[in-house]
Ligand binder design. Sequence first.
Ligand SMILES: Nc1ncnc2c1ncn2[C@@H]1O[C@H](COP(=O)(O)OP(=O)(O)OP(=O)(O)O)[C@@H](O)[C@H]1O
Ligand SMILES: [Mg+2]
Length: 272
Amino acid sequence: MTTTQTQTAAELRVEDVSVVFSGLRALDGVSFTVRPGTIHAVIGPNGAGKTTLLNALSGIYRVASGRIMVDGQEVTGLRPDRVARRGVARTFQNIVVSPVESTLDNLMVGRHRLTRSGIAATALGLGRGEQRVHEARVRDIAEFAGLSGVLDRPAASLAYGDLKRLEFARALCLEPRLLILDEPVAGMNAAESAELARLVSAARDALGLTVVFVEHDMGVVMSIADRITVLDFGKVVTDGTPEHVRQHPEVISAYLGAPMESGNDQVAERLS
Ligand SMILES: Nc1ncnc2c1ncn2[C@@H]1O[C@H](COP(=O)(O)OP(=O)(O)OP(=O)(O)O)[C@@H](O)[C@H]1O
Ligand SMILES: [Mg+2]
């Protein structure tokens, strides 16, 4: 990116967080810390509570107990827009973009937190000077994400890989200090996945971000995560470096059913 707008990366602390749905403990006393400027993966089988965790972090789900701290300040119980104002942006497991709007307009919506009067300014039209500054930055982020060629196309006409990158780029347009991604490479082919993994890493480096992401693609997880938290049945199974997690007996049995002696490719293959 040519215009840098470096933020201070946020620290995230998840302290003994539980989320309950009519008797089901989807998260049960989950704790982990994400150091500023690191990439932190959350992995685990289907239904483990990964998306529930991201929803709790971004204020979409209420936590039954525990605390969520961003840079030492509690965000537990804040509404999603308030959490966003603390510098937290996220993408969703299912793509959520406006299909009739152009790529550029979808990205501009991502800026609303930063405009003078929030979303109303986006809807009603910004002052021309302000609009120009935001649009320049959005075009910059789009170029970084490989979307320059599709800026004027309606989102509905984009290829799947472009749509996933649009979601990622829109989250970047909020200039977050903590970026939360739910399965960013799901459904992508190997080349697209590797490219998005590279983008996440590059965004962390260029923008000063902390990243928390959920992903089933172990090749991507092992290649970009500094630390990994493993969830199962709403609880933390283990937490540590990729090397530590790779050796953990419960991870090996839950994911592979056999010792993991091979490289990432084979791991990804057996998980897919
Ligand atoms: N809004 C909700 N209401 C009731 N139960 C829910 C709700 N959201 C999640 N759950 C339940 O909580 C548990 C964890 O679901 P969650 O979506 O967090 O899993 P996940 O780890 O993201 O799985 P996947 O890998 O399939 O995306 C599941 O049993 C799910 O059915
Ligand atoms: Mg999920």
